[in-house]
Design a protein around this ligand. Structure first.
Ligand code: MIC
Ligand code: SF4
Length: 644
């Protein structure tokens, strides 16, 4: 029987398990990436494993998130990362070199290879025909130590693209369409494999926009075939030798096939406050816009920025609009400068930011109170921009450019100008001088630890009886940004006691101190949640910090993949209601108890939870593999590893 692309790559990397959707498999990892905000913890964990050098073909440590550096913390992290990279044989991409996903796509991604990254948008490299998966830092550390990466063998959904995009409609509109069809919940355990005749009309940067934002659907990853477009992209990067054709067999099968007609898509926007709250740009036309932010790992390629430069040429940003521009990489910025487009963008009033995440993670360029911000990034969760009452809309570069001109949400097709055709160049200027390459083990030097660098915390083994309190009850679609905010708080990533003070800061500011009090009384904290708990980022701090505050279990209607894995890695029980209506019968503050917890999770069967306050019993399930059950019993992955 024929194979799809996912099956081909997984089969070539399979270390344990069977390729049957739903069962746990272990795969060999060729490449890893980390970024600074998740990377310090990942390398601290790697250090704890006492492996002298990384065991992968390639591991890259990017500094791209915390580059604002107010206070000493970020700078300390950067020095730690640089010295850890040198010690462990990791390539370091220095601050200023660009956003991990854009740079990895440009310089390192290879069709047919596997990549895991401690960032949820690692699937960006799926645009090159890789299996590229976002994971918690500890899973990346384990992969660097040569361990397989374990995941639930995915169900492969084919997204059959037909037709061709109309002028002024671009890749961002395609993924917004996909988000409208699939939403941000209910897609755990799936991979989107793109196919069909429409694929060949999309360049690699366009494909990468689509695979990048597949992360918002909650899928394990998304992937495109590797074909002549891929060869062209790699040739422009002067690495055609990395090209390998990778296509699905004609008789390949899929768990589902969904057709998307590219020619029927129109300019779309994700409205506040979720990437799946999709409407046409036409339907929100005329809304005044105070800020337009162009950049992020979704839409900051050379092609995206040249398109905007061409639209804006000869015009200046509307007086009401602050126009922010953050190129995705130094390569993009360099080529824009060489080809004259940077001058056009500056002439149009662009406020040039660093080649980094910047505005996307809310550490700068927060909108005005009650402001409307149009962004080409991928997440518009409430408060992520740094302004709680701002409305953030996610749009294509074309729609963003139209608002720069008019000062209001505008369908770019109404600009009354010919659509600028931008093809990817045959050759780009390449300059790898901002990478620090691995050095021989004998010259590696010391690891530098400033006061911001703490030891990675570990949990205690799972007690047999969990006596606790439902310390907080939250609703559906709680993101990791709700659990532990990034933005201004992000500089505490390496200091867990400090960062933990901000758990649920924007949901219930009293949570952290209440949880710590209960922990000090010997009680466990339990989080009660609705559907799709833990959406969004891969940040394992959304597990580590609650663990530090004494959280022992999350009981939710459903949990998202990366967050559930992170909870297990840090010894927090990821439980789901056997009957969702039981959610309604719990109130925050209820005394909750689980007897024989160890035996219950070992059994793999639904088990009882007692709500002492309401004098009721309800059942929950712990979906963990045998391997994960041992981690939960030991109090987390580091404890298991410590015992081997
Ligand atoms: C994000 O976009 O939310 C981040 C910041 O890149 C996170 C990683 C982190 O929190 O450090 C992600 O997407 O995984
Ligand atoms: Fe950086 Fe934003 Fe991409 Fe996250 S989504 S990696 S913060 S650019």
């Amino acid at each position: 029987m024929g194979q799809n692309i996912v099956e081909k790559i997984l089969a070539a990397h399979l270390v344990s398990g069977k390729l049957a959707a739903g069962s746990e498999i272990g795969i060999r990892i060729d490449q890893t990436l980390t970024q600074d905000a998740t990377g310090t913890m990942a390398y601290l964990q790697f250090e704890a494993m006492r492996i002298p050098r990384v065991q992968t073909e390639l591991s890259v440590s990017y500094i791209d998130h915390n580059t604002i550096q107010i206070g000493f913390e970020n700078a300390d992290d950067h020095l730690y990362l640089q010295s850890a990279a040198r010690t462990f044989g990791v390539v370091l991409s220095r601050a200023g070199n660009g956003i991990c996903h854009q740079v990895h796509l440009e310089r390192f991604g290879k069709p047919g290879k596997t990549l895991i990254g401690s960032d949820s948008h690692t699937p960006t490299c799926g645009g090159l025909g890789m299996i590229a998966v976002g994971a918690g830092g500890l899973d990346v550390a384990l992969a660097m130590a040569g361990e397989p990466f374990y995941l639930t063998c995915p169900a492969v959904v084919k997204i059959e693209l037909k037709g061709k995009l109309s002028p002024w409609v671009s890749a961002k509109d395609v993924i917004l369409k996909v988000l409208e069809l699939f939403t941000t919940k209910g897609n755990v355990g799936k991979i989107f494999e793109y196919g069909g005749p429409g694929v060949q009309t999309l360049s690699v940067p366009e494909r990468a926009t689509i695979t990048n934002m597949g992360a918002e659907c909650g899928v394990t990853t998304s992937i495109f075939p590797s074909d002549e477009m891929t060869r062209h992209f790699l040739r422009a990067q002067r690495r055609e030798a990395d090209y390998k054709e990778l296509l699905a067999d004609a008789d390949a099968t899929y768990s589902d096939v969904v057709e998307v007609d590219l020619s029927a898509i129109e300019p779309l926007a994700a409205k506040p406050h979720s990437p799946d709250n999709i409407g046409t740009v036409k339907s929100i036309e005329g809304l005044p816009v105070g800020q337009v932010c162009l950049g992020s790992c979704t839409n900051s390629s050379y092609k995206d920025l040249v398109t905007v430069a061409k639209i804006l040429k000869g015009r200046v940003a509307h007086a009401g609009v602050s126009f922010i521009l953050a190129p995705g990489s130094r390569q993009v910025l360099d080529n824009l400068a060489r080809d004259g487009y940077l001058a056009d963008l500056i002439a149009s009033g662009a406020r040039l930011m660093e080649n980094a995440c910047g505005f996307c993670i809310g550490n700068s360029q927060s909108p005005a109170s009650g402001g409307v911000s149009l962004r080409t990034s991928n997440r518009n969760f409430l408060g992520r921009s740094g302004t709680m009452d701002a409305d953030v809309y996610l749009v294509s570069p074309e729609t963003a450019a139209a608002a720069v001109i008019t000062g209001k949400i505008t369908d770019p097709r109404d600009l009354n100008m010919p659509h600028p055709q931008v093809d990817m160049p045959d050759l780009l200027a390449i300059d790898d001088s901002m990478f620090l390459w691995p050095v021989p083990a004998s010259t590696k030097g010391e690891i530098v630890r400033g006061p911001n660098i703490g030891a990675p915390p570990v949990n205690t083994p799972l007690p047999d009886s969990i006596a606790g309190v439902a310390t907080i009850k939250v609703g559906d679609k709680i993101t990791t940004d709700h659990i532990i905010p990034a933005g201004a708080r992000m500089k505490y990533r390496s200091n867990i006691p400090k960062y933990s003070e901000f758990v649920f800061e924007n949901v219930d500011a009293s949570f952290a101190s209440r949880a710590l009090d209960l922990k000090n009384q010997g009680l466990s904290n339990i989080i009660v949640a609705g559907l799709s708990y833990g959406q969004g980022s891969s940040r394992e701090h959304a597990a580590i910090c609650p663990m530090y505050l004494g959280v022992r279990a999350v009981i939710a209607k459903s949990l998202e993949r990366i967050h559930a894995a992170n909870l297990i890695n840090f010894g927090i029980l990821p439980l789901t209601f056997a009957n969702e209506t039981d959610y309604d019968a719990i109130d925050a503050g209820d005394a909750i108890c689980i007897e024989n917890a160890r035996r219950a999770i070992e059994s793999g069967k639904p088990f009882d939870v007692i709500n002492k306050t309401k004098a009721r019993i309800f059942q929950v399930t712990c979906s963990a593999s045998t391997r994960q059950v041992s981690m939960l019993l030991a109090g987390g992955a580091l404890n298991v590893r410590g015992n081997t």
